[in-house]
Design a protein around this ligand. Sequence first.
Ligand SMILES: [Zn+2]
Length: 545
Amino acid sequence: MELKEKEEILNKRDKELNEKEKKLNKKDEELNKKEEKSNNRDIELKSKEISLNNRNIELNEKQKITKNRDIELNEKEKIINNRDKELIEKEKILNNRDKEINEKEEKSNRRDIKISEKEKIINNRENEIIEKEKILNIRDKELNDKEIKSNEKEKELNEKEEKLMLKEKELNQREKGLIIKNVIDSKIPTIGLDNLGATCYMNAVLQCMAHFKEVSEKILNWYKNMDDNNKKERKLSYAFGEVLDNLYFPHENNNYKVSYSPKIFKELVGNLNPLFKGIQANDSKDLMNFIIEKMHFELNPLGEKDLEIKDNGDNFINDQTNELLTFNNFKKEFTNNYHSFLSEYLYALQKTVTVCCYCNTMIYNFQTYNFLIFPLLDVKNFIIRSNCQNPYFNYQNYVLNLIDCFNYYQKLDFFQGENQIYCNTCKSNQNAKYWNFLYSTPTILCIVLNRGKDNKDFNENITFGTELNLSNFVQDKSDCAYYYLIGVVVHIGDSSMSGHFFSYSRTHFRSPWYKYNDSIVSLCKSENDIYSCGTPYILFYHKYQ
Ligand SMILES: [Zn+2]
């Protein structure tokens, strides 16, 4: 037993020692750890010390900077102080100014009040004025209305006055017209015309024309009522009016008793047509034709335009209808556009019927005429040819008469050779036959008896009566073609361009005949005087009415 117990105590002791060793180990470990920690802490402390040192250096630096800054700040403060002082000064000034401004504002306010008061007054006045203006406008309108009415009234009165003046003028013209008519109807002009150097051809014609009662009356009326402005435009008509005025109213013009010098008329004719310039002898027929045409052109609204209407067969219906249509066209033109004092009495219509020898198309052609001209030699040849089968016809002793001329006038004739006509139906030039007809006759008919150039022909005899009946020749059956002779231009000499011209004339078929030989006017003993001296050259017939 003892051992055992000892072992057990030993074991126990051993166990305790182990325990102690374990604890020591642990303690050792702990110490190691502590040492390590202390080491680390040491390192840390060292690094902290370094960093502190650095910081110390930095701080020193900063302190320096701060010092400098301090100095700067001090400087700045000084400047700011100075500025402050300045600002204070300025403030003082500004305050003063403020005061001034306040004072001014006060003044301005006072002024403002005054202005407001004035404005009120002015506004009131303005209102008053507007009211007044309104009233004035109303009055103005009233006055305008009155003025318009007054103007209308004035216009009316003016129109009335114009009408009255026109009426007065018309009455004056009528009065003048009646005087002229009275004179023309009752008076036989017995004033001669001076010979201005071979101007008998003109005087003879003028004296006969002065006996165209209706034309003379119209031209005298027109001449005596014409405004000065128009006188220049219608030259020849005016100059002719002047001649008539001197022949019918010699006492109103000059103091001559026997003859008048138609100098102005002659000069004018010469200026208008060189053929009649100067003092050489001339042809009465040419002058008459010129005077009538020229005056007609001056007095008709169409001016210098010939009137001719043709039916070329384009719208062929039948002969009668075509003739009528063409004639109606012509008549319309003639009355609307071709009217003058002269056309009314001196112009009529002639008709030409042309027939194409190839296709027989008929063409109607109407033309005006103011005289008929008969070449006596041709008329005589025609009469001889027409009577070649007549064994009793004595052509050697045959004396032409005026009716022969009208037969000659409407004879059958031909367009051939160079004179072929263009046929619209054939569309080519063709021979054609044609006839001239008197479609109507004028109130005053002028007939020229044209003579040949040599002596024998020039003195060809022709008989004519103081009456002339053309009813067999006129196509328009309403036309009364019964005439009495009112004038003859007579020629003495060998050709129409030389010798002497004079005329016989009367105003009416009951009036006596007068011989007008330049400045000498003489009463005829009998009608036979007309047939007994010289060659009749132009005949003037007047229609019985
Ligand atoms: Zn034909």
